[in-house]
Design a protein around this ligand. Structure first.
Ligand SMILES: Cc1cc2nc3c(=O)[nH]c(=O)nc-3n(C[C@H](O)[C@H](O)[C@H](O)COP(=O)(O)OP(=O)(O)OC[C@H]3O[C@@H](n4cnc5c(N)ncnc54)[C@H](O)[C@@H]3O)c2cc1C
Length: 454
């Protein structure tokens, strides 16, 4: 790979679509790199998925295009599936605020605590001034000379057109359900609900319930419903036993072999990217469509990984490429790279819908991006904590959020949070005015704060 796209280090005017986890960290990284940033957020607050809403879509299967749409899929009882040490951004650890009685200090906190953490992040880095709330991006058009026209619409119906040098798409992928195709489901008399519209177990009392899906949400929701329902049947692609098996510890829950969400970019013209069986194509390293790189990018498409730190390094890469500090391969080289990736998928017989599932190579992917950005690879304690958490979840499926044995890793994490970030790469982690650290001690009784630069 000899030829590289090179540009002088330069500041770009960048539009970010969405102020969820990915949009917020993109905004921070872009600004730190010296870009001029505007974040468009259709909601009236930051947080995306983490803004709980007891209301649901008006169509509980979310199929009716004219339905009222609620962005979040959170259910009332949701607690994080990762411990807070591993979940948080590297430059802004997610440390319990024990001294604040309104906060949730648990290691696997409820969803409200995650939203508070994101609000702290916004306030720490002064990001709210970059965000245009209640403003939906309705169309993005790529013009000549590497310019993009972004059309947005406010809640009051005012439409605005503005020209940017680049667009980063961070619109999330947990809002448009991919409803399982079940033969004859249309003549089945029962009520159907996608998990996007599940909030509390009450409506399922004394009912016979089928839960389709095997991811974390299905795992939690089926257990919660089993507490009130007559029978719960979990149907999942990940269950391979052809015969129904009873779920350990439950008299009324059975597992059957057999819900995903869809990527959706209604503001992009057809052909900019394709979505085929949930493969967003084509994207170099899950981020850049070669034809539009680096002026269009996607942060937060990858799944099955601790989202926050990965989005952080993806954002850093995008910001560095847009300024010209980091180079991309040529368009042809990127296309060849993606084609080789697809060929490997086909050769291994893996369905396209798993294209952005990075579970098997998550740390390798992280470290590749980190190397591009010249920041240290993923922390040893963090990767060990993911593994320990996974094992603990297998051993204690009901109690893993409250009982664990990786105390040594917690201590290592807190010790690490007290260390300043690596000096050589400090400018890529923190901007000058936010380098104060408020961490008080290393046993969990700490305040959240940005990490110090050496
Ligand atoms: C039920 C559930 C539980 C989860 N639990 C965990 C967990 O425990 N740990 C974990 O790490 N991850 C978890 N996740 C994954 C979670 O999605 C990510 O942590 C993260 O919130 C994704 O952030 P995002 O910014 O990419 O997307 P989102 O949070 O979806 O944010 C997208 C934002 O874009 C805005 N937007 C969309 N379209 C437009 C537009 N056209 N114009 C303007 N604004 C727009 C939306 O309003 C929203 O604010 C969970 C997800 C779900 C659904």
């Amino acid at each position: 790979m000899k030829a590289q796209i090179t540009q002088p280090i330069t500041s770009q005017k960048v539009a970010v679509i969405g102020a969820g986890v990915s949009g917020l960290v993109v905004a921070r990284e872009l600004r730190q790199e010296g870009h001029h940033v505007i974040v468009f957020e259709q909601n009236n607050k930051i947080g995306g998925t983490w803004v709980y809403n007891p209301n649901t879509d008006s169509d509980l299967l979310s199929l009716d295009p004219s339905r009222t749409i609620v962005h979040t899929s959170l259910y009332e009882s949701l607690r994080t599936n990762l411990p807070r040490e591993a979940l948080g951004f590297r430059a802004y650890p997610f440390i319990a605020k024990e001294e604040d009685k309104h906060r949730d200090p648990r290691r696997f906190p409820g969803h409200r605590e995650v939203l508070h953490y994101l609000e702290d992040f916004v306030s720490e880095f002064g990001l709210s001034e970059l965000i245009r709330f209640e403003t939906e991006v309705v169309h993005v058009e790529f013009m000549e000379q590497r310019k993009c026209a972004v059309r947005s619409r406010t809640k009051d119906g005012n439409v605005d057109n503005e020209v940017f040098n680049a667009v980063v798409v961070c619109n999330g992928h947990h809002t448009v359900p991919n409803v399982a195709e079940v033969p004859c489901i249309d003549v089945w008399p029962g009520k159907q609900v996608h998990s996007h519209n599940y909030r509390v177990p009450g409506p399922f009392r004394e009912k016979v319930v089928v839960v389709i899906g095997g991811a974390f949400s299905a795992f939690d929701i089926s257990r919660e419903i089993a507490g009130v329902a007559k029978e719960v049947h979990v149907a999942s692609r990940s269950i391979t036993n052809a015969n129904p098996t009873k779920q350990l510890g439950y008299d009324n829950m059975w597992l059957h072999s057999m819900v995903r969400y869809k990527f959706d970019f209604p503001f992009l013209d057809k052909g900019v990217v394709t979505v085929d069986d949930n493969r967003v194509g084509m994207l170099y390293q899950h981020i850049f469509p070669p034809k539009f790189a680096p002026w269009l990018s996607f942060v937060g498409l990858t799944w099955k990984f601790s989202t926050f730190p990965l989005y952080e390094v993806q954002s850093k890469w995008v910001a560095g490429i847009l300024s010209g500090r980091i180079s991309l391969p040529t368009q042809d080289e990127m296309i060849k790279d993606v084609e080789a990736f697809y060929l490997k998928f086909e050769a291994d017989g893996i369905p396209k819908r798993y294209t952005h599932n990075i579970w098997d190579y998550q740390f390798k992917y992280y470290d590749w991006l980190a190397a591009q950005c010249q920041i240290p690879p993923i922390e040893e304690w963090r990767s060990q904590m993911y593994a320990a958490n996974g094992m603990n979840r297998n051993v204690r499926p009901e109690a893993y959020r409250d009982e664990w044995e990786d105390q040594n890793l917690i201590l290592q994490a807190h010790d690490d949070f007290l260390q300043p970030l690596d000096k050589g790469t400090a400018e890529h982690w923190n901007n000058g005015n936010s380098a104060e650290m408020e961490v008080k001690d290393s046993d969990g009784g700490c305040a959240v704060g940005a990490r110090q630069i050496n």
